[in-house]
Design a protein around this ligand. Structure first.
Ligand SMILES: Nc1ncnc2c1ncn2[C@@H]1O[C@H](COP(=O)(O)OP(=O)(O)O)[C@@H](O)[C@H]1O
Ligand SMILES: [Mg+2]
Length: 348
């Protein structure tokens, strides 16, 4: 990721998870807000597996960052009463790295692999057999003396998470018995998340302030929690410690976040498409370079929300800005001119 936007508020969220976030992380399914249909199904699968005294089937979680994939994986382990082991695909270099973890799994353990689309092919093949037959084939020796030994594994549950479901290979995907696609949260769900987090952080917050934060949270619990914590800072320094609508409105203005939840960088992306590429289409690579962004974070973090809210379209020929993007930035689609330049930039 480039330096010129390292001050980006949202990019920090995309990159890191900190200790406070851990405190706000729900531990049980009943604390996990929203996503009702998904929770109901999972709780059936959990009860059924427990009743049969089996491990839960392998679970595939996909969706944009910050929607609760890691949280849900931990919850599934807790609900199954199982030990939780965590790794991420980029951390697994060699087959022995994966074999090393698999062979230490105990019966019923939940093994979580984050960013599972980045598994190397040799590791992926090892995982196929581990998932399907609960064993690994390990080759010892070299050349004609090489032989395969079969190492049995106890039944376990693999949970794979990814922000890029499209990059997961067919054979891997087909080995997951339970697939969950996480979607952006409704404002009502975000309100519940913010209220819950505020009570954990023991900060007083008004209903209208909760609603205002929810509205700007990009449908994303992680963003909601981050915004809440920044508003807590503003309330403490600018106000009397409680978060009210006035604090939120001032805080959002200072963070340059508009009422759609777009931050400066989102608006820059849209503005670049409109001003430099005539509204598009422009290829993702070119666009990423133009806005000084890694194509990964453009695609994983910024675009899903811009697309979902109808500011951006992905077409086979590239990205295009929608009429809503022109309207939001105050640019006339016919002339390409700003209607009222500076004061239209951020429509709070
Ligand atoms: N459904 C939810 N209810 C309450 N908090 C949530 C929910 N989903 C996510 N969170 C919060 O958002 C943060 C980010 O979630 P996380 O599981 O790390 O997202 P992901 O792994 O999808 O990037 C967590 O720390 C948690 O506090
Ligand atoms: Mg995660």
């Amino acid at each position: 990721m480039s330096d010129n936007n390292s001050d980006s508020f949202l990019e920090a969220e995309y990159r890191e998870e900190d200790a406070l976030e851990g405190r706000l992380r729900p531990q049980r399914l009943k604390e996990f807000q929203g996503q009702r249909a998904l929770k109901e199904n999972l709780s059936v699968f959990i009860s059924a597996a427990k009743e049969r005294q089996e491990s839960l089937d392998h679970v595939f979680l996909s969706g944009p960052p910050g929607l609760g994939k890691t949280t849900l994986a931990g919850i599934l382990a807790n609900e199954m009463g199982a030990e939780f082991k965590v790794t991420s695909a980029p951390a697994l270099e060699k087959p022995k790295d994966l074999a090393g973890i698999l062979t230490t799994l105990g019966e019923g353990n939940v093994f979580f692999i984050d960013e599972v689309h980045r598994l190397k092919p040799a590791l992926e093949e090892m995982l196929y057999i581990a998932m399907e037959d609960y064993e690994i084939d390990w080759i010892v020796g070299q050349g004609p003396a090489a032989r395969t030994i079969r190492i049995p594994l106890p039944p376990f549950t693999l949970i794979g998470a990814t922000t890029k479901a499209g990059q997961v290979t067919g054979p891997l995907f087909s080995r997951f018995g339970i697939t969950v696609r996480m979607d952006f949260y409704t404002e009502a769900d975000l309100k519940a998340i913010i209220a819950r987090s505020a009570s954990i952080l023991s900060v007083s917050i008004g209903d209208d302030a909760v609603a205002a934060i929810a509205q700007c949270s990009r449908g994303t619990p992680r963003v909601a929690n981050r915004l809440l914590r920044r508003m807590r800072d503003f309330a403490q320094i600018l106000g009397n410690g409680s978060i009210d609508a006035g604090i939120v409105s001032e805080g959002l203005k200072r963070l340059e976040i508009d009422h759609f939840g777009l931050e400066k960088h989102d608006r820059e992306i849209l503005r670049t498409i409109i001003e430099q590429y005539d509204g598009g289409p422009v290829g993702a690579e070119t666009l990423a370079i133009s806005v000084g962004e890694a194509v990964e974070s453009l695609e994983d973090f910024y675009e899903p929300f811009l697309i979902q809210r109808g500011f951006l379209q992905r077409t086979p020929r590239g990205r295009t800005a929608t009429p809503l993007a022109y309207q939001h930035l105050g640019i006339d689609p016919n002339t390409g001119r700003s209607k009222k330049v500076e004061d239209q930039r951020f429509l709070f």
